[in-house]
Write a protein that binds this ligand. Structure first.
Ligand SMILES: O=c1ccn([C@H]2C[C@H](O)[C@@H](COP(=O)(O)OP(=O)(O)OP(=O)(O)O)O2)c(=O)[nH]1
Ligand SMILES: [Mg+2]
Length: 149
């Protein structure tokens, strides 16, 4: 386990901290830090940037990914538009969740609703090495369905 420093912003106070819901869970659920009694309403086809009330200090060499919750996707068609969202290690602002409603009904986000999950992951940095050619491979340039259905 790596330490992940978190600051609870004023509008996030009183909400439970993100937590792994089960022993083997990969992600911690993020909650909406919207005002009590003033939900964010997302019409079909609409999107909203939902505050979490949290700011993170991610250790160097890691990132945090903001991923959809499958339950919201299957029940309501609600997902993370930019999934997986990337929270950079040097970002000190509030973590936000960009939800999109791909469903047919209006979706309401209330205070404390679990709207997405946060996965901390190691980041391997690449040093680009420019070249005139690449080593051949079995796949070659085939892609985008080249192997059939
Ligand atoms: O789902 C997300 C995605 C991003 N961010 C924050 C943290 C991240 O470090 C920063 C920038 O994100 P990204 O690099 O994806 O966006 P950009 O459009 O490239 O913005 P920037 O020019 O600020 O990098 O926004 C979030 O809070 N939630
Ligand atoms: Mg960026």
């Amino acid at each position: 386990m790596s330490a992940l420093r978190v600051v609870v912003l004023p509008h996030g106070r009183g909400l439970p901290l993100p937590a792994y819901e089960t022993e083997g869970a990969a992600g911690m659920d993020l909650r909406a830090a919207v005002e009590d009694g003033d939900p964010i309403v997302i019409v079909p086809g609409g999107r909203a940037l939902v505050p979490t009330g949290l700011a993170l200090q991610i250790p160097a060499g890691f990132e945090c990914q903001v991923r959809p919750r499958s339950g919201l996707a299957v029940k309501h068609g609600v997902t993370v538009l930019n999934a997986p969202g990337t929270v950079d290690a040097d970002y000190r602002g509030e973590v936000k969740v960009l939800l999109i409603n791909l469903g047919t009904e209006t979706f309401s986000v209330g205070r404390g609703d679990r709207i997405a999950q946060l996965v901390m992951a190691a980041v391997e940095k690449a040093a680009l090495v420019q070249a005139d050619r690449l080593d051949s491979s079995e796949r070659g340039e085939g892609g985008f369905g080249s192997t059939g259905r």
